[in-house]
Unconditional design. Structure first.
Length: 452
């Protein structure tokens, strides 16, 4: 393939090295690599890549600045729409969004937009303070410091609002901090991004569960507007026998214990019990993250998914890296019972096989059970990574309308209570980081308009 049609590869940790540690796998572009990749951009008059970006990045503009080695200009262009470029450059699903729309990708490989965004964020002296306007006297409260809450807070602080974030945990970032392993998104990167945001004057109050530690009603009384962005973090489990056995986890619990509580260390207060054989149920990014985490403990690790490789919802790079790290994929299979011994410990699963049927209205292949295909597998740990739902402690005792599945009902991010807004996963269910950021930006714009 012509060099212009191939994207510039990024250096990575060797697969034999990385399965023994939690160091970041993808090492980022050098200056020479970034400029080479930027030179591949066609600078389209009608940039389709922008249409694929939920927050409206001016992608060709900042790629042109990289090409000309004007990193500060590239950063300023990115900062117009994003306060989290080092995070987005690492974990956004570009292959499903901006890169999917890239015209270069019609003949060859799409521009590595995410890698270039990361390059800018990692290699320029950054500040957002130059964007801040004079105080306007309005106070805003935000529930949750995840990507949606942080983005909304940043856009409001820029416009002179006095913003306070209420965070349930002892550190900021939400799912960015607890839900994404350090080998994909190092905690120091999250901390650096949030520190930049805090310099806009945003206050974060930690260890505060709205709805328990403090009531939502009291917050509503004290602020001109409130944005609820506390995610959808209640894990789902399959309704099968044996879920109560010792050795059954949710991916959320595993990732929290490793990412926030150093569960990979023997001296941790909540160490992970290392399994001999672990099965992760699910095929999305969270399943990959959980499986790749357990693999780093030296365990035989399987991902069990009820469709085929082609239907995996996880990012392609994550799937490739999981395969490289020795994770075993069991396709067209699902558990129907978790097996346990007399001490209530997991010893295996009873499973059944599926075959693909017709494509459904949602574009996904249907599946049907193969009769008499039951078989058992041996394992001593099962991790569910099949989805999550909203817990909504903050709003469950309020007058805010909820849907039957627990999600908050919001019309263009406005709830049933005046000046109380909601967005991100708590409204849509689990989505991507960039979609949560989009909701935060839209809500900030709505609040600015309504409080003029």
């Amino acid at each position: 393939m012509n060099d212009d049609l191939k994207r510039t590869p990024m250096s990575m940790l060797d697969k034999e090295e990385r399965i023994h540690n939690f160091n970041e796998v993808e090492l980022g572009y050098t200056k020479e690599e970034a400029i080479k990749e930027a030179n591949r951009c066609l600078q389209c008059k009608i940039p389709m890549c922008m249409k694929g970006c939920p927050v409206g990045h001016k992608i060709p503009e900042w790629i042109k600045a990289i090409k000309e080695d004007r990193l500060e200009d590239a950063y300023k262009i990115i900062s117009e729409v994003s306060s989290l470029p080092a995070i987005c450059g690492r974990v956004c699903p570009q292959e499903q969004q901006c890169e999917k729309m890239c015209v270069r990708g019609l003949k060859g490989e799409a521009i590595a937009i995410g890698a270039l965004e990361r390059y800018v964020a990692d290699n320029v002296e950054r500040s957002l303070e130059y964007l801040k306007k004079e105080p306007n006297g309005k106070k805003i409260a935000i529930v949750g410091s995840g990507p949606s809450g942080i983005t909304c807070a940043t856009d409001l602080a820029r416009e002179g609002f006095d913003v306070t974030i209420y965070e349930a945990l002892h550190r900021p970032g939400g799912v960015l901090a607890w839900g994404i392993p350090e080998f994909r998104l190092p905690n120091k990167i999250v901390d650096k991004e949030i520190n930049l945001v805090e310099k806009l004057g945003i206050k974060i109050i930690y260890d505060t569960i709205v709805g328990k530690t403090i009531s939502l009603e009291s917050i509503i009384k004290d602020y001109d507007a409130v944005y609820i962005a506390n995610g959808a973090n209640k894990p789902k489990f399959m309704d099968i026998p044996g879920n109560e056995a010792n050795g059954v986890y949710s991916a959320n619990e595993l990732l929290i214990r490793v990412n926030l509580m150093d569960g990979m260390l023997d001296e941790s207060r909540t160490p992970i019990k290392v399994p001999k054989i672990c099965y992760v149920i699910g095929g999305g990014n969270v399943a990959m993250d959980a499986a790749r985490t357990i693999r780093r403990f030296g365990s035989e690790t399987h991902i069990m998914y009820r469709r085929t490789h082609e239907e995996l919802p996880a990012l392609g790079d994550e799937t490739i890296q999981a395969e490289e790290e020795g994770i075993i994929f069991d396709y067209l299979t699902t558990p129907i019972k978790i097996l346990k011994d007399e001490n209530n410990k997991v010893i295996g699963m009873e499973c059944i096989k599926y075959e693909l049927g017709e494509k459904g209205e949602d574009g996904r292949m249907s599946i049907k059970e193969i009769p008499n295909s039951n078989y058992n597998v041996n394992c001593d740990q099962v991790i569910y990574a099949i989805s999550s739902e909203a817990l909504n402690i903050a709003t469950r005792d309020s007058d805010i309308l909820h849907l039957k599945n627990g999600l908050i009902f919001a019309n263009e991010n406005e709830t049933s209570i005046e000046n109380v807004y909601a967005g991100g996963d708590t409204v849509t269910g689990p989505m991507t980081v960039i979609k949560a950021m989009e909701a935060g930006r839209k809500t900030a714009k709505k609040i600015i308009e309504n409080l003029k």
